[in-house]
Design a protein around this ligand. Structure first.
Ligand code: ADP
Ligand code: ZN
Ligand code: ZN
Length: 730
């Protein structure tokens, strides 16, 4: 018997980038699967998660180390979540420890107890106490507290100040006690705000009735043009799920999580709605995570990582804007939340809705193949009309800060009619490059193959790729000239030009630079809705999901760059962005107009989008992908490598490709090595090797083979590498 008396074996994962599990000895009784322990690892102590209780270990008994502490008495992750994460580690061929720990809130990764934070609550000392009639606030406080204890914050929100509470405490009417939050059972209290529900249009009603009839695992693709009422369909699809006491997970893109959305869900169902996103504090995230796991919250609205949260009784998953690239994690554990959501729905045997005005090609392909049921919303409710599209030729035209005279004239008209105008330019800063007029010197980032962006207002040069910043030099470092000019156009420059062109109208700029302060983005959006501004200029922050009923003209200032990009997904991305931006026009009863300024008005992509719409464009583009055997008609895996010298990357990938190629099955292509789109970024050279296959199984087995080869490649020690399964950026 190899295990010492009174001990057993634990198989655990650790938050380390190694593709393996680890065995430890542990005193009996053994903690269950899904509990955390601490273990010695090298000269550190790490938090570990228990996955199994093996009978024996391949590690010689003398070398087995012993667990130092057991952190949980009951599992923090249930069987279903462990199962999902095990699948993810296998599918993405990623270090299992990093996968499992990704699913835990930071505080749990650090070893904190999996409990809610206790807080100070005010209690009544005697339920029959009366306050003096003239002390109105005190009487109010007593009334509120008769229904149960409340925190100072909750009382403050109801108009009872800290001073009032202190006065009452001095009179021994109330006292403060630390306790855990009270979790009411929302199932008993849930109600549907009928007055909020509009009468559904025909297409909406059909979609809702099909969703209501869904049982078990059933994926739906809800393709609805912007403003067609997709959210209303989600809300009504949720009704029977919540009524049955089950929870709903709503995944939204990074940028889509607005107070308006949350309020809309809360108002409709009068149930606890939690959010999970990166802007929350560690403590807030843990509390929300626990509430979700314990079933004390009914609806969770969150970004990508919310998909990894445990649920007590998950009954429906909704992914809004399913095409959005923020669902794919781009570093560390590179998972796609949409793809994992489908798997989760399948494992739990529940319905899942993917919604978008511009579905991803993957999802369109799955719908066409009959894997997803397609629901279509092709109209806007009520009198809202769909916008008219127009391509403005900017060849041989004198532009004024990027605006053609024709566009200026259109703007003048709309503004004079009391409408709002929105200009879209996906480049922040004043100019995307700074140039010496005398010698042609360009201000380049020393660490990237990129120009600095000139932020004129702040007087800084800023590299948007590595975040490096420096002051604008007073003269050209090459020839000493003081004739430094911006080339190209950024939002800051357009904003400045607008002030000169339309001094009588207020302009607001929306981009990452002027929405950094917490709450400022919301404030700007409210200002727009309240009509404080007539002209809006912004990047894609402005494009996504917001309702601005008074915007009647939307213009995209410069789209030419997107037409000739090298990534095969660039046109899909551009089409999605274009439709999103266009969707901002004419959402209410006013008809809208969408204008594109371009030097290539005859470009087939633009013609197709402007005249036929996304569906038509997508069908054609999917045929091209099929002919070229590109995803979704094939599958890809990408080895990404970076190092301080280019040849370290090249050597490593050449060795890998060289050893892999002879045994490659005919269904698998090995493409590269090649440099990344931007070869040098933040001082690191970046190269990649692409594997492409018509069969997922063959691709995975080739990847596994490659991973095994890498272990024995000496060149691997000089580089940092990672494997990206189903990459969305190449
Ligand atoms: P989407 O999510 O497709 O962009 P929303 O669900 O946000 O669209 O709906 C757009 C607007 O139309 C919202 O103001 C919503 O309240 C309203 N709306 C949705 N469905 C209906 C309906 N059946 N009748 C009237 N108004 C509706
Ligand atoms: Zn110069
Ligand atoms: Zn840089």
């Amino acid at each position: 018997m190899s295990v010492p008396a009174q001990h057993g074996l634990l198989r655990v994962v650790l938050p380390v980038p190694l593709r393996r599990e680890f065995d430890y000895l542990c005193p009996l009784p053994l903690p269950a699967k899904g509990c955390r322990v601490t273990v010695p690892f090298g000269n550190r102590t790490l938090v570990a998660l228990v996955l199994a209780h093996p009978e024996h270990s391949d590690v010689p008994p003398a070398r087995l180390k012993t667990v130092t502490a057991v952190l949980d008495r009951r599992p923090i992750l249930a069987e279903a979540e462990l199962h999902l994460l095990a699948w993810a580690a296998r599918y993405y061929l990623h270090a299992p420890g990093e996968v499992y720990f990704q699913a835990l809130p930071t505080l749990l990764r650090k070893g904190e107890a999996a409990c809610y934070r206790s807080m100070d609550y005010w209690h009544l000392l005697d339920p029959n106490t009366e306050a003096p009639a003239q002390a109105i606030k005190q009487r109010q406080a007593l009334l509120l507290l008769r229904q149960g204890p409340l925190t100072a914050g909750e009382l403050d929100a109801r108009g009872i100040s800290g001073a009032v509470l202190q006065a009452m405490a001095r009179k021994q009417l109330i006292e403060k006690k630390e306790q855990l939050p009270d979790h009411i059972d929302w199932r008993a209290l849930m109600g549907i705000a009928q007055e909020d529900k509009p009468r559904l249009g025909t297409e909406q009603a059909l979609a809702v009735s099909l969703l209501h009839r869904a049982a078990g695992f059933s994926p739906f693709l809800l393709e609805g043009i912007t403003g067609s009422g997709k959210t209303e369909v989600y809300l009504q699809a949720m009704e029977p799920v919540l009524q049955a006491g089950n929870q709903v997970l709503v995944l939204v893109p990074e940028i889509g999580l607005t107070p308006q959305t949350i309020a809309r869900f809360q108002r409709r169902f009068r149930v606890p709605v939690s959010t999970l996103h990166s802007g929350m504090s560690e403590r807030e995230r843990l509390d929300a995570w626990l509430a979700c796991r314990d079933g004390s919250t009914a609806v969770v609205i969150g970004t990508r990582s919310a998909l990894l949260t445990p649920f007590q009784r998950l009954g429906l998953i909704i992914i809004d804007e399913e095409h959005d690239t923020s669902f794919k994690q781009q570093d560390g554990f590179r998972y796609h939340a949409r793809d994992m959501a489908l798997l989760r729905a399948q494992q739990l045997n529940i319905p899942i809705i993917l919604g978008s005005a511009t579905p991803s090609f993957e999802s369109l392909h799955n719908a066409a193949a009959g894997k997803y049921r397609l629901l279509t919303l092709s109209q806007r409710p009520g009198t809202a009309t769909v916008a008219r599209h127009q391509l403005l030729d900017s060849k041989h035209v004198q532009l004024h800060a990027g605006l053609s005279p024709q566009l200026i004239q259109l703007m003048t008209q709309e503004l004079a009619d009391g409408n709002q105008v929105m200009l879209f330019l996906n480049r922040r800063g004043y100019a995307p490059a700074l140039l010496c007029h005398d010698c042609g010197w360009l201000a380049d980032c020393e660490r990237c193959d990129a120009h600095y962006t000139w932020h004129k207002h702040r007087g800084r040069l800023h590299c948007h790729h590595c975040d490096h910043q420096r002051p604008v030099p007073p003269r050209c470092p090459h020839c000493g000239s003081d004739q430094l000019l911006g080339t190209g156009l950024g939002t800051e420059q357009v904003e400045q030009a607008l002030a000169g062109l339309f001094p009588q109208y207020a302009t607001i700029r929306i981009d990452r630079d002027n929405t950094r302060r917490k709450g400022s983005f919301q404030q700007h959006l409210e200002g727009i809705r309240a009509g404080k501004y007539q002209i809006l200029i912004g990047t894609q922050m402005l494009a996504k999901g917001h309702h601005f009923p008074d915007v009647t003209l939307v213009a995209m200032l410069d789209v030419d760059g997107a037409l000739f990009a090298s990534d095969f997904r660039a046109t899909e991305r551009f089409a999605q962005l274009y439709i999103q931006v266009a969707g901002r026009a004419g959402r209410a009863s006013k008809p809208g107009r969408v204008v594109l300024q371009t030097h290539h008005p005859d470009h087939a992509l633009l013609q197709d989008l402007a005249n036929q719409g996304y569906r038509h464009f997508a069908r054609g583009a999917l045929q091209e992908r099929q002919a070229a055997l590109l995803p979704p008609f094939s599958f890809q895996a990408l080895f990404r490598v970076q190092a301080t010298k280019a040849h370290y990357c090249q050597d490593f990938l050449q060795q890998l490709a060289g050893q892999l190629s002879p045994g490659l099955p005919p269904a698998v292509l090995c493409i590269g090595p090649m440099s990344a789109q931007m070869e040098r970024k933040a001082g690191q050279y970046r190269y990649q090797l692409l594997l492409q296959a018509s069969s997922r199984r063959e691709l995975a087995s080739t990847c596994r083979q490659a991973l095994a080869l890498i272990e024995s490649l000496p060149a691997a020690r000089k580089v940092r590498w990672s494997l990206d399964i189903d990459p969305v950026e190449i």
